[in-house]
Write a protein that binds this ligand. Sequence first.
Ligand code: TYC
Length: 102
Amino acid sequence: KDDAEGEAGVALKTKPKTQRPPMYKVLLLNDDYTPMEFVVHILERFFGLSHAQAFEIMLTVHKKGLAVVGVFSFEVAETKVAQVMDFARRHQHPLQCTMEKE
Ligand code: TYC
């Protein structure tokens, strides 16, 4: 029923369903070898974070094992993960970055 009146004449309202695209969390994982400054640099460069924000997230990953860096559309999340993984690989650091549906 998509009516403003129900079976017994009770006023009802059906919410118009606004379709939102699914969003994806980009996660950064800790490891024992990637230098802290390298991780901070990645967060500034690919996620547009300030040095202070980048340092804070890096420390959270270091202490907790992982952290959400940001939430993006599928395509943007995919691109960020690829940029981070490629940059880390080129610098021979084992840094891992993944994405997960919100
Ligand atoms: N644990 C690393 C170190 O002690 C630093 C680090 C932080 C590595 C965050 C990865 O995603 C990471 N050098």
